[in-house]
Design a protein around this ligand. Structure first.
Ligand code: ZN
Length: 320
């Protein structure tokens, strides 16, 4: 996991570069337009000579001429604006109206930088699992058998409703979104759907952090014991959405147990949503971690059991 300092430094650099790129592209378009619209050059020249006359008349105190010059230049500016508009020249207004693209508002880091930092963080965290491959529209329900088992469950029907839940989760995402607990065997689509949620939530401008339990806990450990990646734990506590993938696959130590409890509990108290994926049952979570964690999950998480058989295996069989 990468540090907060790094992501913010990178976010500021990206902002600077984006501003430069926009200016450069605007210049290119402008110079092409000046070539194809000779009237623009004429307007520029007229405006320049009006400027000179304005200075002289101001010195001379000639009010009538001043008024005439002002009106003329207003008309010329309007004409110029229309030509620029017709030539589809992008505005030179800053992209972020809050900070005017400086990255700071009243000495504090602007939201546009925070969003970019979160995007960078998620990009780094998700390098091994490209978000682009895990979308709602390529989640294939046909891998889930449409047949009702002896216990009355139907995998296709269950997964159809979980897919709907996930789509709606993104659609309605906000501060008071619920916590989700996804359980079920390996390869039944938990990671796929949570990554699709993460992508959707980031697209809406929220700050989301996704990581396997193993990676997240080792980041917390590194920060605590070597000071490496300072601010990561804070970010996990405070981000808009935290996804802990594959809980239970990591080595559970007394350190990870208390880190998990703190993350889960602090986020419940501050009303910030968390999604946890695990192959474990609630009973196994209680045994592996502690009853106080499992009771938090039971009391504060909307629990959904994924059904079906390992999709990766099914896919590799099809490919063979
Ligand atoms: Zn801004």
């Amino acid at each position: 996991m990468i540090s907060r300092e790094y992501t913010y430094k990178k976010a500021f650099e990206n902002k600077k570069e984006a501003v430069k790129k926009r200016e450069f592209e605007r210049e290119l378009l402008l110079s092409a337009l000046y070539k194809s619209e000779p009237r623009l050059v004429e307007i520029e020249n007229e405006l320049k000579s009006l400027g000179a006359r304005l200075a002289l008349s101001t010195l001379a105190g000639d009010k009538a001429t001043l008024k005439e010059i002002r009106e003329k230049s207003k008309l010329l500016s309007k004409e110029k604006k229309e030509i620029l508009k017709k030539g589809k020249i992008p505005s030179d207004k800053p992209e972020c109206s809050l900070c005017g693209d400086t990255g700071y508002v009243g000495g504090k880091i602007c939201d546009c930088i925070k969003k970019e930092a979160s995007r960078i963080m998620t990009e780094e965290l998700s390098r091994e699992m490209p978000l682009g491959d895990c979308r709602f529209d390529n989640f294939d329900l046909k891998f889930y058998p449409d047949k009702t088992d002896s216990d009355g469950t139907n995998p296709r029907r269950r997964m159809t409703s979980i897919l709907k839940l996930c789509r709606e989760y993104v659609l309605n995402f906000g501060e008071n979104s619920e916590n989700l607990l996804f359980t079920g065997g390996a390869g039944v689509g938990k990671t796929h759907l949570t990554l699709a949620i993460v992508a959707g939530v980031i697209e809406k401008g929220y700050m989301a952090i996704y990581g396997s339990a193993e990676n997240l806990f080792s980041a917390v450990e590194n920060e605590k014991f070597s000071g490496e990646g300072r601010g990561n734990y804070d970010m996990m506590l405070n981000c808009d959405l935290l996804v802990i993938d594959d809980l239970g696959a990591e080595m559970a130590t007394s350190f990870t147990k208390s880190a998990l409890y703190n993350l889960v509990n602090t986020r419940i108290l501050s009303g910030k949503p968390t999604i946890i994926n695990t192959n474990l049952t609630i009973k196994q979570i209680e045994e592996m971690y502690s009853p106080r964690i499992s009771s938090r999950l039971i009391g504060h998480y909307n629990s959904n059991k994924f059904l079906g058989v390992d999709i990766r295996q099914q896919k590799s069989l099809i490919e063979k």
